[in-house]
Design a protein around this ligand. Sequence first.
Ligand code: NAG
Ligand code: NAG
Ligand code: NAG
Ligand code: NAG
Ligand code: NAG
Ligand code: NAG
Length: 531
Amino acid sequence: MSYFDNNIWNRNQYHNIEGKGRSNTAIKSLVIFIITGSIFSLLFMSIIIWQLSHYQSSSKIHTIILNVASPLTHKISKRFLSFGLDSSLLRNMKHFPVRDDRFINLAHHLSPAYVRVGGTSADCLFFNRTLPIIFEKFINPIDDGDISNFTLSTDDYLAVYEFTNKAGIRMMFDLNVLIRGSDGKWDDTNAKEIINFSKGRDMIVDWQMGNEPNSFRHVFNRTVSAKQLADDYNHLRMLLNNMGYMSSILVGPEVNHIGDENRMGELYAIEFLKNDQNSINYVTWHQYYLNGREATTKDFVNPEVFNRLPIQIDRIKNAIEEAGQNITMWMSETSSAYGGGAPELSDKFVAGFLWLDKLGYSASTGVNVVIRQSLFGGYYAMVGPDLNPNPDWWVSVMFKQFVSEKVLQLNNTNKFGTLRLYAHCTAENALINRVPSVTIYGVNIDSKSVRISLRGNYDYKSSKVLLYILTADYLKSREIRLNGDILTLNSDGSLPPFKPIIIDPAYIIILPPFSMAFIILHGANAQACAA
Ligand SMILES: *[C@@H]1O[C@H](CO)[C@@H](O)[C@H](O)[C@H]1NC(C)=O
Ligand SMILES: *[C@@H]1O[C@H](CO)[C@@H](O)[C@H](O)[C@H]1NC(C)=O
Ligand SMILES: *[C@@H]1O[C@H](CO)[C@@H](O)[C@H](O)[C@H]1NC(C)=O
Ligand SMILES: *[C@@H]1O[C@H](CO)[C@@H](O)[C@H](O)[C@H]1NC(C)=O
Ligand SMILES: *[C@@H]1O[C@H](CO)[C@@H](O)[C@H](O)[C@H]1NC(C)=O
Ligand SMILES: *[C@@H]1O[C@H](CO)[C@@H](O)[C@H](O)[C@H]1NC(C)=O
């Protein structure tokens, strides 16, 4: 296998990089690449009929400028790419594969990460309690989900924790904030039991409380004011400190509806933050672009949909500032479409564009962690019910492989259009013989291929471009191709080698229509990456 295959390369063969026949293979690869690119274009053409008239390889060359002397713009969490498991999964542990080795393995490939066990059902959850038997289910009027109260047994809680432990991911648990006394204050009895139980088992857990409290009226026909929630959070922080979880992270207020005209989510967050007394480590909010019941394929490749995210991030940044706070944010629950995702879209290849662009854009503005809803369950799952990966799982694995927490600036004139690229220092594990490198990644959501010229003040002579291009045969495919080959796990569950196309930096890079790319600029010595 080639020395350049990521995750299997041999560090002792560095001289091979300048080895004979390299440029020959590069040209061959490029030709094959252009041919496959055109084949894919043709396939897409038959699917996207409305775009037929536009189809052609655009002759314009996009120049991307990398300045290796510029400082890092941000340093995000090592667990930046994280994911959620909805609390509703705890209602029926028989269908939650936490004990299945295949599931543990798939989660493990995304480590390090936080796994948020949270959601609407968190506010129906009672730990280790016998609840009165109910004969009629209570239904969430917004998404028809079950909002009856339910019990989480100590064994099931331990099973979920055991799963996160084996997968090397860190559990963030969402506590029930709707258990309240007649005075309206949060009743901490059950929370204390779960916290004490966790401590007794030496469990490492981070915490949060409640889910989308600004929407409680619509979901539960109840209200908890932002001021009251802040008081409850201050109380919870004190509890955690006193019960051995001093160094655990606490995040909140988990608001949604950010960017709505009535500023409902922002106003709630502002009031909460004004009353917060250093209880939270990060400000959390939930982000979706679309309604899962209405979303169409076109929405998933429409730049206007992509451009909703920058507005939402601006809105919450302004809210934090307006509250007089300076706290970094997490997007603690986010996906393409709400209501469980969009059928036949959120779990298909086409969902990768919004996902990869979200990762890139969020990192470029300093969002510390992005928690993907979800790893399992719903149409937006990264792992299907058959415990095989969906395309977004592969996109996430490649992101983990190639992209570090160090964010660089990239000059890209088409930033809010169809070619959306971002730059980070390359992840340390992906460096070849520790040669400094920069990873440029992003999406081309145009129906035409694009041509890119990578300019800047890096050393062209000693650099190589390693291209990892992700495509599919059609937008709603469950399969995803890396440089033309369908990605599948090895039979033992390990990752296949990721084989790049290697070209000279002087070559024009061609991104096929509707493709994602990770472009490693091997040898680009960005000063900020060395630090
Ligand atoms: C609570 O947990 C304890 C210890 O695991 C167990 O003995 C008890 O039966 C549990 N109670 C309920 C109501 O589940
Ligand atoms: C669920 O539990 C909460 C907290 O005890 C209670 O206020 C609420 O009425 C219960 N909901 C249902 C549907 O029983
Ligand atoms: C906390 O847990 C320990 C066992 O780890 C138990 O002995 C103790 O009674 C618990 N305390 C409370 C207040 O639940
Ligand atoms: C909501 O709760 C109020 C009492 O707090 C009750 O009067 C009203 O009927 C409830 N609405 C619904 C739709 O259940
Ligand atoms: C916010 O905090 C960061 C450090 O956490 C600091 O660098 C920055 O200057 C602060 N901004 C304001 C407006 O206080
Ligand atoms: C990159 O963009 C920034 C901000 O738009 C600008 O100040 C800078 O001059 C640009 N750098 C290059 C090399 O074009």
